[in-house]
Structure formats: C-alpha cells, structure tokens
Ligand binder design. Sequence first.
Ligand code: COA
Length: 308
Amino acid sequence: MTTTASPIRSEPIDDHTAMIVASDLLLDVRSRDPFSGLWEPGDVQWWYATEPKLAAVSRSLWRDRDGKPIAVTLEAVFADEPGQPPRVDVDVLGDLEPGGAAREHVLPVVLGQLADPAFHPGSIVAMNVDGGDADLAGRLMRLGLAEAPHDRLDAMGQRADAVATVPALPVGYRFADGTEPAAGAHHLAGRNGPDVHARLLRCPLHRREFDLRIVAPDGTAAAYCLLWRDGATGVGHFEPVRTEDAHQRRGLGRALMAEGIRRLAAQGATLIKVDTYANNPAAVALYTRAGFQRWNVKRSFHRPPVVV
Ligand SMILES: CC(C)(COP(=O)(O)OP(=O)(O)OC[C@H]1O[C@@H](n2cnc3c(N)ncnc32)[C@H](O)[C@@H]1OP(=O)(O)O)[C@@H](O)C(=O)NCCC(=O)NCCS
C-alpha cells in the first residue's frame, strides 16, 4: 500500500528483512533510552525463529520521504486455539515515542486500518500498548477496542551481576548450550517447529552459548531458555524460558535464570529484562525470586470479530 496523505510509503517485505530492519529500528530507540518502547530486538528475532508456527504473517516496511526506514509493521495471525476465532496481532516496530517517526506517520495509518470493519473481519484484532502510553490506549478504546486484562504482560528487569551465585543443580542434572548440540532434534523443535534452530542461526543476536539448557539424567532437555544481548544498549533479555512439566519445582528455573544472568553479564549486559503474562503466577514468582522487579506493563487491547 502507498499512502498519499503523508510523506511516507510502505512496501511488503520478506520475513528476514523485516526481522533485521525491525531489530535495527528498536536498537536505535533503545540506544536513547534502554527502557523505552515495547519490544526488544530479541523479541522480533524470536518471532522470526518461530514464525512458521503461525497461520500467516504479513509485513510492511515503511520509509520516510528520503527512503529511510522508519517502521516495520506486522500482522501475525494465530489460529491455534480450538473453538476460538483466529487472532491477529498488529505491531508497529519503530520509534513510538511522542514525536517519533513511527508514531507520527505510521501509527495513524495503522489505526485507520483497525477502524475499518473490513480489516480481518472474522478475527480478534489485538494490539499491545506500553503501560505508560495513555494516549494510544485512549485512541484504541475510541476505535472500539477493549482492554483484555488476561493478556497483560509484566515487563520485569534487574541490574546484572556477573558474580551472582548460581545454585547447584539437583544430582544428575547439568548445564549445556548450543556449543554442545543435542544428538537428535533441537530441544526447541517440539514446541516451536522443525525450522526453529535453522532460523535462530540466521538471527544476528543469536549466540550458541546463549542457547542454554539443563540436561536431565536421561539426556533430555529438562529446562531451557534463550538469551539475547545487544551490544548497543547493554540490555540482556530472556525469551523464552521453560522447565518441562516432569522437572518443575526442583529449582531448575531458578538455576537457569541465575546462569543466564551470569552469562549475559559476563558478555557486558548491565540490565536484564524478561516479560511474562501477569496471570502466570509460577513465572511471576520465579522471576521475583530471581531478583526481577516489574518496571512496566504491556496492555493488550482487542477488537472482537466483526459480525457481518
Ligand atoms: C515458570 C517455570 C519456568 C518455573 O520453573 P521451575 O523449574 O519449576 O522453577 P523452580 O523450581 O526453580 O522454582 C523457583 C521458584 O519459582 C516459584 N514457582 C515455581 N513454580 C511455581 C508454581 N507453579 N507456583 C508458584 N510459584 C512457583 C517459587 O517461588 C519457586 O521457589 P520454591 O520452589 O522455593 O517455592 C515453569 O513453571 C514453566 O516452565 N512453566 C511453563 C512455561 C512458562 O510459563 N514459562 C515462563 C513464561 S514467561
């Protein structure tokens, strides 16, 4: 689509270019304020790695009148909830701060699309909003979107400490990382699709030593996380984090977080972040016990399917 009312234009782009450009735009925003904005570059790289799981994704690159990229927009269609309508998550990745190019030029166009009943009429349409952004929340509510409290994310953070103690693992468990590949399929493949590892290797912030897991006595991955660190801002980030059901409540999650923080700090991270659904008490408790504090929330606003 090309807009005529504003000095910008947009074009469809492929998944890899979208991930690279969006990461650069977010890094640029972060280099001015490590707390600003909604998503981390690691988030968009993780989305890229797991994208084949989704029903569909469309992406656009937005440029200013000089041809400089100012935003990437994503429409990601999830159709994995049995009995539920599909859900389309709409994201504007760029400078959404007041006066930022994405906010001034791209957001109004996207909000115009959300207001159109012909925009994904059979789907729930969802947009995440920074907890401090009352202006955008108000604009979405005036368009008929309502806040979905069950979808709220807690954004948590803590200062990094490279010398933090890592708790001992239960007998027979040990740490491993991507420098020691598993014999069979990558441990993320089961939940995240067979391509996940190959796609991770194409992400600029991916490091084999940040592909961290705890191996159970039977050789399977009992717990795992991915770590992301951007050198520009010193932000380290966990996404995803999981202990498999059979191994929970043995301290693996706590050990994984401590070892992850230690690795990120050793590579220069000074601020560590993790997001969790606010209604996930296990994750909130784990992260709180691991020293994280909530510094913001990410509110989710939904438009129900349009009845025609
Ligand atoms: C959240 C999760 C990673 C915790 O892993 P874990 O290995 O069981 O965690 P630990 O045994 O190290 O527990 C550490 C602390 O977290 C808290 N905690 C862990 N599981 C909990 C639960 N089910 N309910 C309440 N608190 C819990 C407790 O404070 C616990 O300390 P304690 O056992 O001394 O009371 C695990 O439940 C999980 O993978 N869940 C599904 C995926 C998920 O939600 N990931 C996080 C998404 S952001």
